[in-house]
Structures are given as structure tokens and as C-alpha cells.
Design a protein around this ligand. Structure first.
Ligand code: S3P
Length: 183
């Protein structure tokens, strides 16, 4: 609940690194005109440094604290219609999973491992994948996190075979239905 007592009408995108949260977030922003909040970007701006440096200098726990603090701040905001794109590890903390559900309609963008490997291989700014065997790391982390994405999401979209426009249309249709039901 926010200050007005109404449940927020945000659309919250969760899913593993490289699943397309940022791209689909931008498309939702364009179609709905709601502001787009990219949590990774907000954290980088607030910390004044890229995520790779936050991990290197302050550690992962500090980064997770920043995610939790930002989720709490977003829940308290009165502008309740936003598109919120999260970092892939936001579901790791049970507290965050509960906060995400309070934040709005949570959509899990699910993609096959091969697609995640391909997309995350295009750049090297993700500290958790800077390892000798990033493919194995993706498999291990994904196995661990899948149940958490599942329990947090109101909707799971299998993005295999869908382009960004189709994925976005699916989200919009089910979000409209969801928000009508919970009025
Ligand atoms: C992380 C995912 C990243 C970023 C950080 C940690 C993770 O976000 O938050 O590097 O734990 O999966 P993206 O999912 O946008 O890459």
C-alpha cells in the first residue's frame, strides 16, 4: 500500500540476467507512457559508481542492501504507475520477494539457458558472470533462483519464440485484467 491506501499499479519485471527486462521495460514505457525505473541504473546513480565497482569495493551484500532499500522507497512513492525493471538477483532475499509482491504486478520473463548465455555474453559488465565458466555459473544460479522467480511472480512469460512486441502485448493484456480484478 502507498500513502493513499491503494495498491500500487506498477508493472514489475523480474528474471535472470539477459532475459530481456530492460528491452521489454522500455517497450512497456513507450506503449503505456508510465515512467521506467531501472533499478540497476538508480542504484548506480545513487552510489555514484557502476555495479561492478559496488561489488568489488563494497561486496554483494552491500549491493543487496541497496536493492532492498530501493524497493522500500519505491513502495512508499505516491506515483504508483511505473514500469520497474529489476536486477536478476533481486529475488535472492526473502524480504525482497515480499516487497516485490507489494510493489505491483510482477512478471517473470523466462528464457532458455541458451538465450541467456547468448545475451549475457555480449557484454562483460556483470560481476557475477566474471568467472572462468560463465555458462556453468548461469546454470547454477538459474537453478537456484527459478523457484524464487516462480513464487514471486503473478505471471510467468516464456519468451522463447516471442519477440519484444509480442511479449509486451502479453504483459499488457494480463496486467489490465489483473488490475481490474484487484480494484
Ligand atoms: C545481478 C543482475 C544484474 C545486476 C547485478 C547482479 C544478479 O542485473 O543487478 O549484476 O545477481 O543476477 P541484470 O539482471 O539487469 O543484468
Amino acid at each position: 500500500m502507498n500513502e493513499s491506501g491503494a495498491p500500487p499499479k506498477n508493472i514489475v519485471l523480474i528474471g535472470f540476467m539477459g532475459c530481456g527486462k530492460s528491452t521489454v521495460g522500455r517497450e512497456l514505457h513507450q506503449r503505456l507512457g508510465y515512467p521506467l525505473v531501472d533499478m540497476d541504473q538508480v542504484i548506480e546513480q545513487t552510489a555514484g559508481k557502476p555495479i561492478s565497482r559496488i561489488f568489488a569495493e563494497e561486496g554483494e551484500v552491500a549491493f543487496r542492501d541497496m536493492e532492498t532499500a530501493l524497493l522500500k522507497r519505491l513502495i512508499g512513492e505516491t506515483g504508483t504507475r511505473q514500469i520497474i525493471s529489476t536486477g536478476g538477483g533481486v529475488v535472492v532475499r526473502p524480504e525482497n520477494r515480499a516487497l516485490l509482491r507489494q510493489l505491483g504486478y510482477v512478471v517473470w520473463l523466462h528464457a532458455p539457458v541458451e538465450a541467456l548465455v547468448e545475451r549475457t555474453g555480449r557484454n562483460h559488465h556483470r560481476p557475477l558472470l566474471v568467472t572462468e565458466d560463465p555458462v556453468e555459473r548461469i546454470r547454477v544460479l538459474l537453478d537456484e533462483r527459478k523457484p524464487w522467480y516462480g513464487e514471486t511472480a503473478h505471471l510467468k512469460i516464456d519468451t522463447a519464440g516471442l519477440d519484444c512486441a509480442e511479449t509486451t502485448t502479453g504483459i499488457l493484456e494480463s496486467a489490465r485484467y489483473f488490475f481490474t480484478q484487484c480494484l
